[in-house]
Design a protein around this ligand. Sequence first.
Ligand code: SAH
Ligand code: SF4
Length: 364
Amino acid sequence: MEVLLDKLYEQNELDKEEIVYFLQHLTAELKDRLFHLAVQTRKLHYGGSVFLRGLIEFSSFCKQDCLYCGLRRSNTSAERYRLTEEEILECAEEGYGLGYRSFVLQSGEDAYFTEARMIRLVRSMKVRFPDAAITLSIGERSEAFYRALFDAGTDRYLLRHETASRSLYQSLHPGMSYENRVNCLHILKDIGYQVGAGFMVGLPGQTCEHLAEDLLFLKELHPEMIGIGPFIPHSATPLKDAPGGKVEDTLVMIAMARLLVPDALMPATTAMGTLDPTGREKALAAGCNVMMPILSPLSVRRKYALYENKICMGDETAICRSCIEMRIVAAGYKLELSRGDHCRFTGIPGETQSGEDCFKHVSE
Ligand code: SAH
Ligand code: SF4
């Protein structure tokens, strides 16, 4: 086990068999070392900074039917809402005033937001907030759509692969295809987006082998961002009685992903904070370096229920901002409000680097 951990830290590599063995034999003591090495590795690339992204959940309509998600189209008890362009810009305006320079626009797969509407929205965001990065997380679209939105100024795209096991993927996503999901990720990378992939921990039927495949998928894709969170069962979905993911297991996956893809930007997810009041701090201590406070209007927040009992449902944007800052500073990190580009993208417009790993030693 010591040899495997050293290999993971020094070479940023393990094969599938080694990962499975490692997961099956991990002791509490080794877990602490794993977390420590993940934090060391994060420091090498991003120092002690934690980057903020303001999350705007702008539509809860979804045409997909993912078995785990409260927004799935078959959930007739879900209250649906859609923000107008002006409402979205108002949320961003408030965030901008509080210092945010990175916005994530997320929604279900809502056909109302056509290519033309999304281009208008992104262009308006870019005109109003020229020094802010715009990330979209709106699911699977065509290559032409992704290209048009990139040309309109979108910087990044989040599309978790959810699980790298084809059979598990197919069993959870009726009417969708694993090939298309992966193809979308490759297209997004080729276009030049900073891309986010990731998966849920604790899905029904998920084994150590599946988790090893998830980690190796990330290693091969080398996305700029990696989102890993626990699966939390929603009472109005077919998976309502599943046990769901555990914080501890998710932390191990976060730390291993950090060591396998050292230069990734990794959010301490809201799902971690939902299962454990200090879940996000624990995620930072296992290698994460991003937080995504919600900027959506209070009136709609509860309706964006991918899962239930989500935190921060009643807190004003300004309160969320100071709560997050307090948590980050109390945990010993530096709050970073800049665009927070991946270190392979310099953040200087037009100066995108396309090198291999960027061992940019950031001072703390
Ligand atoms: N519709 C888009 C974006 C919104 S869903 C998409 O699917 O890509 C954003 C993420 O929420 C998903 O990628 C999924 O990993 C996560 N999610 C959905 N339901 C969840 C649940 N019950 N527990 C934890 N995470 C969930
Ligand atoms: Fe829709 Fe995304 Fe939920 Fe799937 S995970 S049902 S695509 S919102």
